[in-house]
Design a protein around this ligand. Structure first.
Ligand code: NDP
Ligand code: OXD
Length: 290
């Protein structure tokens, strides 16, 4: 077998497109992958593959492998647990009291068992997020395309059950893939269906959220706030009102960052499987869009 060819392709590097067998990337330039005539498989360096599927010229005969890694899921779960608890324990309010040297207790305390959390997306990541939050005794539910059976997590499935799911979600966490069906799912209709004072955490993609609808729902008092890790435009422009909104926490797409050592191993193992004729794992279904 010929040795693997490893090329760095930045547009300026010299390479022969016909010599490239496998590609790794996250958000390649649209139209780039179709210029590689002998491509056999593509490995996404992230769990989300919208950066590939947004390319109308993606060569669909070439399998696209999603990045699935327990450590990545664990870090996503840590982020969601941390921000759910910051909200639930009213930490932002105590931060403000501290800045004013004010001793104020919050009585009676809020109990996790009285707070309902809903996870949009119960896949690799959403399932672990739900399980880790369940350990804190929140009332857990999740929404997915197909019905799930996860201990202590009520399952809602399909568009017909979305409204009921939203109506019982005091904290709504979005961990969906970005597809034509889920784009802008966090919009004014969705927010109106959440209970009063609900809180939103978006760790999926900026394209899920209509930012102006979120700001309007918070400013009207219907939502109590939000934590956002992902944005329609990244980096978030300095002029975005999200940066300075007193009830919105912004982080720069860091909920979980793929570990380059694991990414390399996943690609090497996948290439070895492919070359020995075994089926690839975690292949994206182009019809579903994830
Ligand atoms: P999976 O593919 O494992 O899970 C996706 C889940 O979403 C599934 O439960 C699926 O339902 C559900 N879903 C998809 N479309 C619909 C729909 N139309 N209606 C209802 N449910 C739907 O993805 P992962 O958990 O691995 O990743 C989720 C996303 O997290 C990624 O796509 C990425 O955007 C984001 N992410 C963000 C990171 C960050 O740092 N902020 C880091 C890593 C990932 P079903 O199970 O029935 O198929
Ligand atoms: C991912 C991400 O999809 O980091 O893995 O956003």
């Amino acid at each position: 077998m010929a040795p693997y060819l490893i090329v760095k392709v930045h547009g300026r590097d010299e390479y022969d497109p016909a010599a490239v067998d496998y590609a790794l990337g996250f958000r390649p330039d649209p139209g780039f992958l179709k210029t590689l005539p002998n491509l056999k498989a593509v490995f996404s360096l992230g769990a989300g593959v919208d950066g590939f599927l947004n390319d109308p010229e993606y060569p669909k005969h070439v399998p696209l492998v999603r990045f699935v890694d327990h450590t990545l899921s664990r870090e996503m779960a840590q982020y969601c647990v941390m921000h759910a608890l910051i909200h639930h324990r009213q930490q932002r309010m105590f931060d403000a009291f501290q800045r004013e040297s004010k001793w104020r207790q919050s009585i009676p305390p809020r109990r996790t068992e009285d707070t309902r959390i809903g996870i949009l997306g119960l896949g690799e990541i959403g399932t672990l997020v739900a399980e880790r939050l369940r350990e804190h005794d929140f009332q857990m539910a999740g929404w997915s395309r197909t019905r799930k059976s996860i201990d202590g997590v009520q399952s809602f499935a399909g568009t017909e059950e979305l409204k009921t799911f939203l109506a019982r979600s005091d904290i709504l966490i979005c961990v969906l893939p970005l597809t034509p069906d889920t784009r802008h799912i966090l919009n004014k209709t969705t927010f109106a269906q959440l209970p009063g004072a609900a809180f939103v955490i978006n760790v999926a993609r900026g394209g899920h959220l209509v930012e102006s609808d979120l700001i309007a729902a918070i400013d009207s008092g219907h939502l109590s706030g939000a934590t956002l890790d992902v944005f329609e435009a990244e980096p978030l422009p300095e002029t975005s009102p999200l940066w300075k909104h007193p009830k919105i926490t912004v982080t720069p797409h860091v909920a979980a960052i793929s570990d380059p050592r694991v990414m390399a191993k996943v690609a090497v193992d996948g290439i070895a499987r492919h070359r020995s004729g075994k089926p690839l794992e975690n292949v994206v279904d182009f019809e579903r869009g994830y």
